[in-house]
Design a protein around this ligand. Sequence first.
Ligand code: GDG
Length: 460
Amino acid sequence: MTGRLIIASNRTAAPGEARAGGLAVALADALSERGGGVWFGWSGDIVEREPRGAHVFTEDGVEFALADLTQAEYDGYYLGYANRALWPVFHYRIDLAQFEEADFAAYEAVNRRFGRLLAQFTRPEDVVWIHDYHFLLLGQEMRASGWSGPIGFFLHIPFPAPEVFSSLPQHQRLARAMAAFDLLGFQTDRDTANFRRYLIDTHGGELLEDGRIAVFDRVLTAKTFSIGIDPDDFAALALGDEARAAAERVGGIIDNRALVLGVDRMDYSKGLPQRMEAFGRVLDDNPDLRGRSSFLQIAPPSREAVDAYQALRVELDRLTGRINADYADLDWVPIRYLARGYPRETLAGLYRLARVALVTPLHDGMNLVAKEFVAAQDPEDPGVLVLSEFAGAAEQMPTSLLVNPHDIASLAEAIHRALLMPLEERRERWQAMDASIRETTIAWWRRAFLEALDTTRPDA
Ligand code: GDG
């Protein structure tokens, strides 16, 4: 008899939440497969006075417990430490990181308040699964509140090289807290190896024969669980009416020229300026390709309160303006860049229409867009995936056109090659990628993680 599952993530799939993505569905499925459980997270609301409890309600057998943040907590914990320090450092952008002690204090305080709250929802036989960089201290805080059962943690973003992680002034404090987890899941073998090397080299951790690591008087497991999507669901979505309508509409606008597509949250980790530069370079170097393909970038804005994101927006506006001014003609615009989000159905239709997808982040935990693009293709006439070697997905998709996104010339070359790739080669490459996204689906991911967690017993 397994216990209930207790999930903690920054945002939940509580009714009314805008994001009905694959991850939300996967975690909801994980909860219902166990006959219910608790899903804890931030409500999305900012309130004036420090809230004491959580809003609790049950929906489809899942108990949601949502906690508010005060303005000061939101500024210091969420915008501050999580998104101005951890996000940039974990994505190798130490140059953008701001290390404010007050932000860390807020991060600590919110993790403490949430850890105490969450501990109250647990029963002795439960298992706890904590998600992502917002909650690195949550396990330790739950332990301080008396929880001694198993805790799993999954990091959705990269775990950087130890030398980079160590640039965080609080890295020792974070590492000790992370050792309160029993199972730590990472997106790729590179992340798992980085984490292990950090514990071993910096803290004298010892790799045991069974693969676990002894460190800070605890024994923990660090393992790779590459997140995926539901390929059948996405393939079906791409054939639906809404998807077809979207494809027809865009196909009409670009006059059936080859579509080069990008879909990314507007984030500096996604390599958007480099991608635009490279597309501009293709046009510079290949006069014969001018007027023959259109680049569409969908980039819903995110975290606009963080300065680095505003700077990115300005940069993208400037780049598209320049390239379009140089090359647009009366009946053709090279780059369409849309700073807004679209329904999943629309995205699915565009993926299927696209001849080339540009998924070229400078660093990315996994990148689900790459997998969605593959799932949405017509097997008889598939498009080409140009993929950054620094996306987690690259480990699983060696038959994509792998690129170094910093190298504009070779990125341009890859776009050019993708646009001209013969059908036979496109099919071969796509088949291998399709097989790979079917191996580690989202259902596989949650089951594999929970199986590992169920067999992990806290040792101290
Ligand atoms: C983090 C890690 C890791 C995008 N635009 C729209 C839209 N999307 C959807 C995509 C995709 C999801 O958002 C983005 O997922 P990614 O994996 O590409 O990137 P992050 O948001 O940075 O996610 C990442 C992931 O967590 C999971 O572990 O892979 O590395 O950074 O599903 O389709 N969805 C809709 N409209 C849009 O305009 N509806």
